[in-house]
Design a protein around this ligand. Structure first.
Ligand code: X8Z
Ligand code: ZN
Length: 603
């Protein structure tokens, strides 16, 4: 109340300097008008959003060959939502109200901006383009998740691909699994060519330069500013990644009895895209995978919930258990589902669900924590102080950071011991740090390099399709230091094998930013709240940690993300805590790598 009063005063003083101050009546009238518009908009929007969520849920959880009824329903619901959010009337009214933004409350201004942002993905000034985009996206999704991967003629699920690449020892079989994982890209290429054009054209109708700039604008940044931020993160992590890369080249060559390569063959790595190398290291005395293998998939989800509850968060609402799709489709099912993990805020209220294919292993253990982070974020900002239109993260990276932070915390020895999973105490701390770096640090050149530049060049620079696959592997070589096992011509579209390229476009830097952010939050929690070593904390049962995280999530998008970070951690966005966390490892690796050639350039 008093803050609002002070800023209104400041605004009126400023105003007086150039023209006459708005009267109290003018302010009240403008706010009433905004309130009236936002109230009506919200009511209709929430209803359409709920219908669209239900339709999307059905078409992602039940994909049946030869039956497009779920996709048809999704298309109709998405079109109805776009017809409203992109309507000329809504765009004009929001713009008109924002012309007098100095009269409005901060929450009103933010809501009107969100109305305009949403409008740009479906502007009814170009209704045919919007319909074509929706149809192409629905089609692309079905191709991606309806695809049957095969190995020597037998079906291979995405979970089987992932576990194969984690554990298979025979290089020839590894190459076959890897190549099988890339087959889906071939059929996705034409759809991506079409979608690249449609996404750009649709947002241009409301004045955005291209789809990439549109997505970046949600952070209040230009593409140039985002590029500078992302490149800085990549550059700062480079010396460490370079040591990891050199270590991995030698380690893997020895493991497979091969000469040490300059670029790591992609099929040597335990992940389809080379984005996470952590399973290269098994830490003696800390075999989480073996412990988890004896648990049920349900145990993993319950354990993650229990961790959040131990911090003081509520139990998950019953609807989560009743309506989520948490486990793989049963063997022999006549339908498929989207196999990539996601979390859903169905009605911008308390209907929260997750779509996963949980199996009892370390990757899914972390992912359950990640997805529940989204769910608890939804539940926190679903409160009377946050209007439905602002029920989002402070920015998209915050939303990704909370659950990943909990995933990191859930892997630390003290925590693992506390929940009775592994004794952990005897494990070599440097090996544990190495394993963590192969996850969190290795992710940076992938997200800030390969993915960032590919999507930027795709949308912003309109890279010619004849160059897509060549460019993808140029980027992978430069940033990740990896190469395909055999030349990959332009009949392949290896970028399109990555979920987000198809269904979450031009926003993958969210994850890069979220990793930087999560180390800032973790550093603050460990040092200032728990007074524990950041490399070996136990968040379990610590209500003060829950209060801290809750205080970040509860305001949703009603606050400025930079101010929130400064208020909560005392710093601006910075990779320093992440670098400091891994500094002992960098020194350790530099020693191990003495006399070895670094084949990766500095950035
Ligand atoms: O896509 C995801 C989440 C979506 S909610 C599971 N992640 C990125 C990926 O899998 O590529 C989490 C970290 C990176
Ligand atoms: Zn996520």
């Amino acid at each position: 109340m008093s803050i609002q009063f002070r800023s209104a005063l400041a605004a009126s003083v400023l105003f007086a300097a150039c023209q006459s101050a708005p009267s109290a009546e003018e302010t009240a009238a403008a706010r009433a008008e905004a309130e009236q518009f936002l109230g009506a908009y919200t009511e209709r929007f929430v209803a359409l959003y709920r219908d669209a969520s239900e339709a999307q849920w059905a078409s992602n959880t039940r994909i049946v060959e030869g039956d497009d009824s779920n996709q048809e329903r999704q298309r109709a619901a998405d079109e109805a939502l776009a017809a409203f959010t992109g309507s000329v009337e809504n765009i004009e009214r929001a713009r008109a109200l924002l012309e007098r933004e100095e009269l409005l409350s901060d929450a009103q201004r933010r809501q009107l901006e969100s109305v305009l942002f949403r409008a740009a993905s479906g502007p009814q000034t170009a209704p045919e383009l919007v319909k074509r985009r929706i149809a192409a996206e629905t089609e692309q999704n079905k191709k991606l998740y309806g695809f049957t991967f095969t190995l020597d003629g037998a079906e291979l699920t995405p979970n089987a691909i992932d576990s194969g690449l984690r554990s298979e020892k025979d290089l020839e079989r590894r190459r076959k699994i890897w190549e099988s994982s890339k087959e889906v890209g071939v059929g996705l290429r034409p759809g991506l060519v079409e979608l690249r054009g449609l996404r750009n054209e649709v947002v241009r109708a409301l004045g955005y330069r291209d789809y990439f700039s549109y997505m970046v604008s949600e952070y209040g940044m230009s593409t140039a500013e985002m590029s500078a931020t992302i490149e800085r993160i990549n550059r700062e992590l480079r010396p460490l990644f370079r040591e990891l890369h050199t270590w991995a080249r030698h380690e893997l060559a020895a493991r497979y009895g091969q000469p040490v390569p300059e670029l790591i063959p992609a099929h040597w790595l335990p992940n389809r895209w080379g984005q996470d190398w952590s399973s290269l290291v098994e830490v003696e005395g800390f075999d989480l995978d073996a412990q988890l293998a004896s648990k049920s998939p349900e145990w993993l989800v319950r354990q993650a919930e229990d961790f959040y509850e131990s911090l003081g968060f509520e139990a998950l609402p019953q609807v989560f258990w009743d309506k989520s799709s948490l486990y793989p489709a049963p063997a022999g099912a006549t339908w498929k589902k989207n196999t990539h993990a996601s979390a859903w805020h169905m009605d911008l209220d308390r209907d929260v669900r997750s779509l996963m294919s949980v199996e009892p292993n370390t990757e899914w253990y972390e992912t359950t924590h990640h997805e529940l982070g989204h769910i608890y974020y939804y539940l926190c900002y679903t409160n009377p102080q946050v209007p439905p239109l602002l029920r989002e993260g402070a920015n998209r990276a915050y939303h990704e950071a909370i659950g990943s932070l909990m995933g990191l915390a859930a892997m630390q020895p003290k925590f693992v011991e506390r929940i009775g999973l592994s004794p952990g105490a005897g494990a070599d701390p440097m090996q544990l740090l190495l394993k963590e770096a192969l996850n969190y640090v290795v992710f940076i050149p992938w997200s800030t390099g390969t993915m960032f530049f590919f999507e930027k060049e795709l949308y912003h620079d309109e890279l010619a399709p004849e160059r897509w696959n060549a460019r993808w592997w140029e980027l992978a070589a430069r940033y990740q230091g990896i190469a395909p096992p055999t030349p990959r011509g332009e009949q392949f579209c290896d970028a399109a094998t990555k979920t987000h390229i198809n269904d979450d476009p031009a926003g993958y830097y969210d994850y890069a930013l979220s990793f930087v952010l999560l180390f800032q939050l973790h550093d603050h929690i460990a040092r200032n709240i728990l007074k524990q070593d950041p490399r070996n904390t136990c968040y379990y049962g610590q209500k003060s940690v829950g209060e801290f995280l809750g205080s970040i999530m509860t305001p949703g998008a009603s606050v400025d993300w930079r101010a929130l970070l400064k208020e909560k951690t005392g710093s601006d966005l910075s990779a320093a805590p992440m670098l400091e966390y891994f500094e002992p490892l960098r020194r350790w690796l530099a020693e191990r790598n003495q006399g070895r050639k670094h084949t990766l350039p500095m950035l």
